[in-house]
Design a protein around this ligand. Structure first.
Ligand code: SF4
Length: 211
């Protein structure tokens, strides 16, 4: 099967089983999304949502986070893990948003990458989910699932992002990220992929190679 045909089939099959694929993080603004994504590193979305429910009641704006007491912030986000590093990233990023970007989360990859704690994956989520600007965020799930299926054969996330961008039209990039991520989270798990019940079993290289 040609790669572009396979790519289309993968998208259609995943869309059928995950019809409403979207971020599982709770947020009401691009700024809240940015903070939630920074907190989600090495942490589940469920736990982040529990923390941000109170966090955004207490501090709402970049100015609030930039000027709040660091130790209080650390304690508030402690359940998310790596809380000292994450608090530092959040405060530094918020100071930058206030001083360089007039209090608004920037909307270009280049500018987002100037914020402390924001790498290419976080920036892509903010662009795609927050601003609906085409981008593909490649996290550990997207990296693993894309390679298992055989959409790409890559060893780093930047190469994966580039291959996926060649395979799919821009208007599908945001949805593709959610589909591959959620498929990885609930079916194509790292240690125990559920191949026997997976809708992609006939398309998937990993599954074919097992036989
Ligand atoms: S068949 Fe198995 S390895 Fe392939 S995508 Fe499905 S769960 Fe993952």
């Amino acid at each position: 099967m040609k790669q572009d045909t396979k790519a289309k089939q993968v998208f259609l099959h995943l869309q059928q089983v995950i019809p409403n694929a979207q971020s599982e993080l709770h947020f009401t603004s691009v700024f809240e999304l940015l903070i939630a994504v920074i907190l989600s590193a090495q942490c589940t979305d469920k736990r982040v949502n529990m923390v941000t429910k109170d966090l955004f009641q207490r501090w709402a704006t970049p100015e609030d986070f930039a000027s709040c007491d660091t130790q209080e912030l650390e304690q508030a986000i402690k359940p998310c893990g790596f809380y000292q590093v994450k608090a530092k990233h959040i405060q530094n990023a918020c100071k930058m948003i206030v001083s360089q970007y007039a209090g608004q989360v920037p909307s270009t990859m280049e500018e987002l990458l100037t914020l402390d704690g924001v790498g290419r994956k976080t920036a892509s989520v903010v662009l795609a989910v927050g601003y609906h600007i085409p981008a593909i965020a490649v996290d550990t799930h997207v990296q693993r699932v894309s390679n298992r299926i055989g959409l790409c054969h890559t060893t780093n996330v930047v190469d994966t992002e580039n291959v996926l961008k060649q395979l799919y039209p821009k208007q599908q990039w945001e949805q593709l990220h959610h589909l591959l991520l959620l498929h990885g989270r609930y079916c194509c798990k790292a240690r125990n992929p559920q191949c026997a019940t997976c809708v992609l079993q006939k398309l998937c290289e990993y599954n074919q190679n097992k036989k």
